[in-house]
Design a protein. Sequence first.
Length: 300
Amino acid sequence: MVELHGYLAPAGFMPQLAAELGDSAVESHGRLVLAPARPVAWAANTWLAPAEIAIASIGDAGKKLRAIQRNWVMLPHRHHRRAALIAGALPKVSAKPLRFGDPAPTAPLGSWMLLAPDMILASARCSSPFPHGEPQFVEDRTAPPSRAYLKLWEAFTVLGVKPQPGETCIDLGASPGGWSWVLQSTGARVISVDKAPLDPGIARLPGIDYRAESAFAIDPTTVAASRPVDWLFSDVVCYPERLLGLVRKWMAADAARRLVCTIKFQGATDFEAMHAFAAIPGSRLMHLHNNKHELTWIRL
């Protein structure tokens, strides 16, 4: 029997998930698509063990879910009032916004939906510890010059790793400086590269070395020759093909140990470039909650 996973499309990106899964999709329930297990980028959360559970009543539904584990979050789909009553019969799941540096929750968090009045689809194991793969943060609305910093906060939280004090980071396409601000806060040394200037408040921070250059013109061998680069970051606005060339140049030079890049799709989703990134050994491709029409590519 083929093992099926449930792939939950990020809000607004069901067409991308459907296109990525193609003919392998077995069935769909709203934003959730059941398909054979495989790496999938356009999924906010993956239900790792989806199973149908027959229920006789609201009380029976709560009893059966509680018998499996304590923590459950409902994915709205059908029979909304009945589903809400079942959710009310389950222990409340606390999902407080995290401060930067707080670890992701470790308690198992299952997901479920009501398929019919007498049938639940549930998975006790999911890929994300956050409800529907959507972490919430206590935002800093004063220091960073844009909300792009939330992507980096989320990536570090999901990965459980971030730059350490004394490490060297290069931030390509840094302006106005949101990612450099995050990196500087970790205690790392930051080389911020962009032809456009940084926000003055960011440029003044200790540990930030601003270079008014193009992210694509900089020579990785020259940068790494003076001091090894521990992390390369890119939130550059460019076509995916061009970013792929940039990544390959840095990898060929062996100039950065770890890479974190945003692949921004301008117009239609470039699945060919997406698959080329996914094929890079030792890397992973994901859609973060704070991504828009873009994916985050990571090689640690």
